[in-house]
Design a protein around this ligand. Sequence first.
Ligand code: DAH
Length: 357
Amino acid sequence: MILNSLKKFKFVASIFDKMLDRVKQLIGEVASFKTTNTEEVESFRIKYLGSKGILKELFSEFKNVDPASRKEFGQALNNLKKAAEEKVEALNRVLENAIEEKGIYGDLTRPSEPIELGSRHPISLVKNQIIEVFNRIGFTVSEGPEIEDDWHNFTALNLPEYHPARDMQDTFFIEQDPDILLRTHTSSVQVRYMENNEPPIRTISPGRVFRNEDISARAHCIFHQVEGLYIDTDVSFADLKQTLLYFTKEMFGKSKIRLRPSYFPFTEPSAEVDIYWGLETETDYRITKGTGWLEIMGCGMVDPNVLKNANIDPNKYSGYAFGMGIERIAMLLYQIPDIRMFYENDKRFLEQFKSVI
Ligand code: DAH
């Protein structure tokens, strides 16, 4: 009997020692545990302090411990519990601080965001290209106002009041003052430039123009033009033709043009410029209506009346002028089927011009 109880005591004592050793070892493990990962902190917490955790298990052993050793065991367990709780708290504090810092500075080690580069609008691209081509042969750029007066848009350009050709361009007038209008073409800049500059004049004037027209795939009430003006002594129609030929070669890589007689009040003689586009593809057939020819601009020798109106002596000077729609040129260059695409700001359309400088 005594032997039995001794044995039992010994047995219990050795279990107790082992358990105490384990608790001490666990306290060591808790102390050396390190992580900066939220999930690892949580699994650490569950492992030690969870409802099926190590501490729960050890506390359930409490009843098996010899009453004399319970105090020591209890203290050891409390130490372990405290160490685990403090560890979790400390690790969480570090994590929270890190998140707070990130909030201010972001993660300074992460790769930077790719910089989204925009692209130029096709109208700007083509406008710049036209400017560049004419710059190379000595033309400077000039601009004028979009809100114009009757004189610069019509009268000085040989279109007096009631002239039937005014109907060619459906005009937006400012209701309160019929003298003020939205310019219907960039030819108005010609007049302004001549009024303010002495010949020789070589200038191109890109800009926005307005016409009271129904919007369709081919026409818009707001669009862009480039006007060209060359005034000097002895300027001839041959000079005009050479300049146009140079332009079509540079712009389209096409070297065949034809000048069809036409009428504009501000030029005499006047012509419509066609380029030979070719008939190689189905698209060529469609856009040239099977002829191979495409109309790209109007031109002519500046009417002596226009020179006079702008205080330039028509007996001393002569010159040529031309005007083209930028949208039309852009549509031809990039095979854009509908003029409305320029103004919709659809990124899928605009992004296609990213690679063009
Ligand atoms: N202003 C004309 C238009 O808007 C285009 C034009 C034709 C301009 C002949 C010119 C020119 O300078 O000579 O339709």
